[in-house]
Design a protein around this ligand. Structure first.
Ligand code: RB5
Length: 149
């Protein structure tokens, strides 16, 4: 569950730029404070250059949650999940968004900018931001994710 008084960072590459702009506009309308970490046009860029900074800021506790977007959502998710405290979930429907919060306590949502309806993506993000981690039996499972043997 994201506290609207906090700032929510968003980042994308060119494949996610248009969805980023759409989400930013609509989230601001909903009362969210957004920090846009780029990219700032549809000019071709490398997604890690925009996703690493966001993931690092969330990993360091500067921001609690974040939104990342690339064409498929895969490259962005892979980049963010390099960080120990990041649990980035690739979501393309509402159920995925609900479950990644409820069971996995995901702190970043990754969206496929080229394969998702924008209005639907906004609904998916809203579910991601308003669903609380269930805790209980999922606590130890989530803790085990970053335990490398
Ligand atoms: C860019 O063309 C595309 O490869 C990128 O947005 C993303 O889908 C990578 O995973």
């Amino acid at each position: 569950m994201f506290d609207k008084r906090k700032t929510l960072p968003i980042a994308s590459d060119h494949g996610g730029y248009e969805l980023k702009e759409f989400l930013k506009k609509n989230l601001i309308k909903e009362g969210y404070k957004i920090k846009d970490l780029g990219t700032y046009s549809t000019e071709s860029v490398d997604y890690p250059d925009y996703i690493h900074p966001l993931a690092k800021l969330v990993n360091d506790g500067i921001y609690e949650m974040g939104i990342i977007i690339c064409g498929s959502g895969n490259g962005a998710q892979m980049t963010a999940n390099k960080y120990l405290k990041i649990r980035a979930a690739l979501c393309w429907n509402k159920e995925q968004a609900y479950l990644c919060r409820l069971h996995n306590n995901a702190n970043i949502i990754s969206l496929p900018g080229r394969f998702i309806d924008f209005n639907n993506a906004f609904k998916i993000v809203n579910i991601f931001l308003t669903t609380k981690f269930e805790g209980g039996r999922h606590i130890k499972r989530v803790e085990k994710i970053s335990r490398i043997k």
